[in-house]
Design a protein around this ligand. Structure first.
Ligand SMILES: [Zn+2]
Length: 367
């Protein structure tokens, strides 16, 4: 093991305890707090690797040992495509063009690079969605045995994708929360939890989307619009733009604007009504199943990013999601329903906007 593996790259946001890359729990084992990156990300334009592809161009920003061999499927480097919408130019960032079909690959590439560097041979996750698919893809690439806890009722293309990568699927009866509990029980008995929510390394991967937008536009946009569930991409973008600002490369942060489905909009509710707003949050069925997160684990960080960037949180209803899905497809952008929440929100905003299209329409169950 190199020294870099033992340094504390993470820390508990509650008690401040340091953790290394071998952190594989739901939260701080001592106090239960959320574990985050221990330092702000540092971006140095002179250290962009011109010979590397995709997000590995920004390797100098990653909390990884210098000698760790990347576990990569060619993630990052997604297109930024300008398209005229309603008489104005909008830049769409095509995250659905990632290797497993969603932005989650950015975080999982770093996660599995770390896991392989520290010699983890088996890991668990509890997502039946894009995170589960990315987890299974990178586990296959890394040669790590993968176990994914999913609700028994979860079906459709994403579950099929997880199974095809060779991950063991553990179907848990009951609602989604039961699958999470089963994963936690496995973690309690020693399994390594490679969670896209609890393990903060993915935030450094997601931040690369900000660096790419800056490189592709030659500047930061006025605003970035994206769906938000747990908010790991939202927070990653915030950290990435903070690093660009700290490096003197952009004068101010873009406004970060997150969209939730009205059926399940806890972050929007707190932003509008304060903590009392949580009382009115439902976990109703929604077409945007990828952001149906009633208790976002890093919600405070999302709200802080909204406030610091002068951003906002918006909601859209189910007809707007379906209409957005159709409208985007007619522009040649075939995204999953979750990604389509941005469409109606886009109409409410003006100015220079980058819209992040998070997941592929090929993952949408047939109607
Ligand atoms: Zn703690």
């Amino acid at each position: 093991m190199t020294d870099a593996l033992t340094v504390s790259v993470f820390k508990c946001t509650n008690c401040g305890r340091p953790y290394g890359l071998d952190f594989g729990r739901a939260g701080c084992p001592v106090c239960g707090g959320i574990v985050d990156l221990s330092q702000p990300l540092v971006f140095d334009p002179n250290r962009i690797d011109p010979h590397a592809r995709g997000l590995w161009r920004y390797r100098h920003t990653f909390p990884l040992p210098a000698d760790a061999e990347p576990v990569t499927l060619g993630e990052g480097g997604t297109p930024l495509v300008p398209i005229e919408v309603g008489g104005r130019g909008v830049n769409f960032k095509l995250e659905f063009a990632e290797p497993s079909g969603s932005f989650k690959d950015r975080g999982m590439a770093l996660m599995f690079t770390a896991l392989r560097a520290i010699g983890v041979s088996e890991a668990v996750e509890d997502s039946s969605g894009n995170a589960g698919a990315a987890f299974a893809a990178y586990a296959a690439r890394a040669g790590v045995r993968a176990r994914v806890f999913v609700p028994e009722a979860a079906a459709g293309p994403k579950r099929a994708q997880i199974a095809a990568y060779g991950a063991q699927i553990v179907a848990v009866p009951g609602p989604r929360s039961k699958a999470a509990e089963a994963a936690l029980a496995a973690v309690q008995s020693g399994a390594h939890y490679a969670s896209h929510v609890y393990n903060p390394i993915g935030l450094a991967g997601n931040a690369t989307a900000a660096y790419e937008i800056w490189e592709q536009l030659g500047r930061a946009p006025e605003a970035v619009l994206l769906p938000v569930g747990h908010g790991t991409l939202f927070i990653g973008l915030h950290r990435g733009f903070l690093a660009l600002r700290a490096a003197g490369l952009i004068p101010r942060l873009p406004r970060l604007i997150g969209v939730q489905a009205l059926a399940c909009a806890p972050l929007w509710a707190v932003r509008r009504y304060g903590r009392e707003g949580l009382a009115m949050v439902s976990e109703a069925d929604t077409l945007a199943e990828g952001i149906r997160v009633v208790r976002p684990m890093r919600g405070d960080a999302v709200l802080a990013a909204v406030a610091e960037s002068g951003g906002d949180l918006l909601v859209v209803d189910e007809p707007a999601i379906r209409a957005g899905h159709n409208a985007l497809a007619r522009l040649g952008l075939y995204v999953e329903m979750t990604s389509a929440v941005v469409w109606e929100a886009l109409a409410e905003l003006s100015g220079d906007i980058v819209v992040i299209l998070t997941g592929s329409g090929l993952k949408t169950p047939a109607a």
